[in-house]
Ligand binder design. Structure first.
Ligand code: SF4
Length: 383
């Protein structure tokens, strides 16, 4: 039984946010080709069907972009095709759709639930109107609260994204926002620091000296404030940017962080499937129109594809697994790739272990929680 998750990318948003570097384009929602895009994703799934033989479906995630702009019927058709393409699925299959408050009302939430979605993840980002304006979001505080309530009425599990590290955001304000998010009945929150990426509108404004940003030191302080506020409320910090009530962790993301197999479908989707010789990873064509055109011609058009050798897979497992509190299952990793995980990095491992930056316990390797702020440097050393 090879557990495999499916990620479906929805490549459009109602407007491109100024800080966003995801593979998505802002369009007028009336121009979205709901059924044609669903047809393309289903056709891609059929082209990849051979690779699914003997696999068990572990989770499904509709991400983007803004999947809540997709019609419930179109998303439902894709979901049904995915479930029937697998010979088996785990009980209580987790099916998540990412939503934006500006495109999630009761009707949409209920339509997704009727299609089989049982977890909604909302891009709330903030419950403060001033910060939402700074982020260039389409919704305000009222809209976020309305969408969260609609989500809760429709599905049993709701997650919210929260962004911190905006200029002038105080520790008290962040603490209040965390509490207010949790008051809405969320069992899971993804809390991200705002980062300014080159190639985004914010990146350009920063280069021109026209964007106010928080000081570097403030990020670390805010990370700790957020952690304390979530933990005081009973949520567990189970991944660098993710908090959950016990048992409510995102199974789809955990599967990914564990380095397990996933099929990516849709424009810009990334997939990684193990096979008899190791594993392959690919990225679909990012441009949605080109993606649909190539599928229409019966071709899989890729941005890139690569074979992953044992070292690639070890690096990937360390990079992803060390972001989580459960860490990396070293025995499972070695069994999967057929190579000792310390090969080529024994000295760095010894040095980091001596410094207490990484710990091995019961066959698992992890970075202690209090060192997560230095995670990038630690992981880079083990590459
Ligand atoms: S809604 Fe999300 S995916 Fe779309 S542009 Fe904004 S941040 Fe990016």
């Amino acid at each position: 039984m090879s557990l495999t998750s499916v990620y479906v990318h929805f490549p459009w948003c109602a407007r491109k946010c100024p800080y966003c570097d995801f593979a998505t384009r802002g369009v007028d929602p009336v121009s979205i080709p709901h059924e044609a895009y669903a047809d393309a994703v289903i056709a891609e799934l059929a082209m990849r069907a051979d690779a699914l033989a003997g696999r068990t479906l572990y989770s499904v995630f509709f991400g983007g972009g803004t999947p809540s702009l997709w019609s419930g019927e179109a998303l439902g058709r894709v979901l049904a095709a995915i479930r029937s393409a697998f010979g088996a699925e785990v009980p209580d299959l987790e099916i998540t759709a990412e939503c934006n408050p500006s495109s999630l009302d009761d009707a949409k939430a209920q339509a997704f639930a009727a299609a089989g979605v049982n977890r909604l993840s909302l891009g709330v980002q903030s419950l403060n109107d001033e910060r939402l304006r700074y982020l260039g979001r389409l919704h305000d505080r009222k809209g976020a609260l309305r969408a969260l309530a609609a989500a809760r009425r429709a599905v049993p599990r709701v997650s919210g994204d929260l962004m911190f590290g905006m200029p002038d955001q105080t520790a008290d304000a962040l603490r209040d926002e965390v509490r207010e998010m949790l008051d809405q009945g969320l069992d899971h929150v993804s809390a991200y620091a705002l980062t300014i990426e080159p190639g985004t509108q914010f990146g350009t404004l920063l280069r021109l000296g026209k964007l106010r940003v928080a000081r570097e030191d403030d990020y670390a302080a805010m990370f700790e404030v957020a952690e304390r506020a979530f933990e005081d409320a009973g949520l567990v910090h189970y991944e660098v940017s993710n908090y959950a009530r016990p048992g409510q962790e995102a199974r789809h993301n955990l599967h990914y962080w564990r380095g397990e197999a996933y099929l990516g479908l849709g424009a810009a989707a990334v997939g990684m499937l193990d096979d008899a010789e190791g594993a392959a990873r690919w990225t679909n064509r990012k441009d949605a129109e080109r993606y649909m055109a190539s599928i229409g011609e019966g071709r899989l058009d890729l941005e890139e594809s690569e074979r992953l050798d044992a070292q690639d897979r070890i690096r990937e497992a360390l990079m992803l697994g060390l972001r989580t509190s459960e860490g990396v299952d070293l025995r499972a990793l070695e069994a999967r790739v057929g190579l000792a995980w310390t090969t080529g990095r024994a000295r760095e491992v010894e040095r980091r272990m001596a410094a207490g930056d990484v710990v091995e316990r019961d066959g698992r390797l992890f970075v202690p929680r209090e060192r997560w702020l230095r995670l990038d440097g630690i992981v880079a050393d083990l590459f």
